[in-house]
Write a protein that binds this ligand. Structure first.
Ligand code: HEM
Length: 456
């Protein structure tokens, strides 16, 4: 039975009755797509090939000697949970449209990718998502990237060793165009955070039964069909069994100092005092720093970070419609838009991102998010989120403003904020908060099936 990508039932990957096609799918799928792989330490290599035969041989070598399958990853997680046995590092590969061409696929061949956004590449989509002009991107991203190689692990040692080995195998004809280093950050509770100091990575579409089973599901169903992240790999030996996923990569620099100033100005402007002041930042993100959803509670605190909520019954007086998590996942609709986010923070910090130190002690650049997400459709998921939701001040309700965290484009309309949580009284309309996240470059990739890579 061909794998039904639209089946809403989470994948019981370990079940004895799993059908042969689904088994084959898992044996040929890259890890980190269906389930997040540990990548506390992450190395991201951007490569250009220049010789089809050598480029193919290199990818085949990496795939056959360094990469595990989605199924092996799921087994490793199971064994870690049961016995504490450490898993192996993650190696992932994404190929751009230009990469497929350079590897010898014809223009007609590349049209087999249904996603026209992928076929365009990120540089040609600047206008749609209001990205900065390509000439302002970092040099690596201005160039024609053919492939990205992701290496991740809980410890820095294995990542460094694999990076050396993989770079050592790069043929003479190929070039390393640039690289990034990601490094996870955690708050004192042990939750992963981003540079503004907020818990990140908590809300994800889940595809695997054991992950879904662990989640409370009173309000929000975290289980999603595979179609949110998988498509048949058009060049694989058997696209019925061999799947891949569209990967968006964006380097997003965060001006933490400016964001922290904005939090304070907003709190002052709304007359928030004491613990209530934390609500200012929470109105921008949609969660408090510790991850508490603003739509559920007026104050931070109270146990594990919840993802079991919706915005139903919240007219914007609890969580503003513009709040980052409300913009990017309105929850009562648009489930098919949700991507599997697999990014990592980059940049060194000498301060503690979660504490209340004054803004002037915060970095104003050189730190940020290596945003990565797997999609079944870049057009209908990543780009739709950025363009039609985050960049759209009229999304859901007129004149509620851009996404204050990632919105791009002119923030010319004024917006009002709720003065008291859950009460209708609004502040006088004020200029939208300034943009503090700057896109420094990126590319669209396809993470092909292992079957494709091994057969190159
Ligand atoms: C969730 C921060 C970029 C889409 C979150 C959360 C934070 C956050 C703190 C809440 C944690 C969670 O619910 O998992 C940031 C920062 C960014 C950034 C600081 C840039 C530097 C983006 C981009 C997109 C995006 C570019 C997509 C266009 C999402 C989505 C969620 C989310 C879909 C989950 C919402 C939910 O399901 O409730 N982000 N984000 N984020 N973000 Fe971002």
């Amino acid at each position: 039975m061909p794998v039904d990508l639209n089946n809403a039932q989470p994948l019981a990957w370990d079940s004895a009755t799993l059908d042969a096609d689904t088994k084959a799918m898992l044996d040929n799928l890259q890890p980190n797509i269906l389930r997040a792989h540990v990548r506390e330490h992450l190395s991201v290599l951007f490569v250009r090939f220049n010789d089809a035969a050598e480029g193919k041989a290199f990818l085949r070598h990496v795939a056959t000697t360094k990469m595990k399958s989605a199924r092996e990853h799921l087994q490793e997680v199971r064994d870690f949970n049961a016995k504490g046995s450490r898993g192996t590092p993650y190696v992932g590969i994404g190929i751009s449209k230009a990469g497929y061409r350079d590897l010898g696929h014809s223009v007609e061949d590349v049209r087999k990718f249904g996603d026209r956004v992928f076929r365009d590449g990120m540089k040609r989509r600047v206008a749609e998502v209001a990205d900065p002009p390509v000439e302002t991107w970092e040099r690596t991203y201005q160039r024609e990237i053919h492939a990205v190689i992701l290496i991740g692990d809980a410890e820095p040692g294995p990542v460094a060793a694999l990076r050396e080995e993989i770079l050592g195998a790069l043929p003479e004809s190929a070039r390393l165009l640039g690289e990034e280093t990601g490094q996870g950050m955690r708050n004192p509770a042990g939750d992963g955070i981003e540079h503004f100091g907020y818990v990140d990575g908590r809300s994800q579409p889940l595809f695997v039964k054991d992950e879904v089973d662990r989640e409370p599901k009173k309000h929000w169903n975290p289980a999603f069909p595979l179609s949110n992240v998988l498509v048949p790999d058009p060049f694989a030996p058997n696209p019925v069994r061999h799947h891949g996923s569209y990967l968006v990569f964006r380097k997003l620099e965060q001006n933490v100092r400016a964001f922290k100033e904005i939090e304070q100005e907003l709190a002052d402007g709304l007359g928030l005092v004491g613990a209530d002041r934390d609500r200012a930042g929470a109105m921008l993100v949609g969660r408090f720093k510790d991850g508490t959803p603003l739509t559920s509670k007026p104050k931070a605190g109270g146990g594990p970070v919840s993802n079991d909520f919706t915005f139903d019954g919240d007219d914007g007086s609890k969580c503003p419609f513009s709040g980052h998590i409300r913009k990017t996942n309105p929850r009562s609709f648009g489930r098919e838009v949700l991507m599997a986010r697999r990014g990592q923070t980059y940049g060194e910090r000498t301060d503690e991102p979660w504490d209340d130190s004054p803004p002037e002690t915060r970095p104003s650049g050189e730190v940020g998010l290596l945003f990565m997400a797997f999609n079944g459709s870049l057009l209908n998921q990543f780009e739709f989120t950025q363009q039609s939701w985050a960049d759209n001040p009229d999304f859901e309700n007129p004149a509620t403003g851009h996404d204050p965290v990632i919105g791009q484009g002119d923030r010319d309309i004024k917006v009002a904020f709720p003065k008291v949580w859950g009460k209708p009284e609004l502040s006088v309309p004020q200029a939208q908060v300034a943009q503090t996240v700057t896109m420094k470059g990126g590319e669209y990739f396809f993470a092909p099936s292992l079957a494709y890579l091994r057969n190159l």
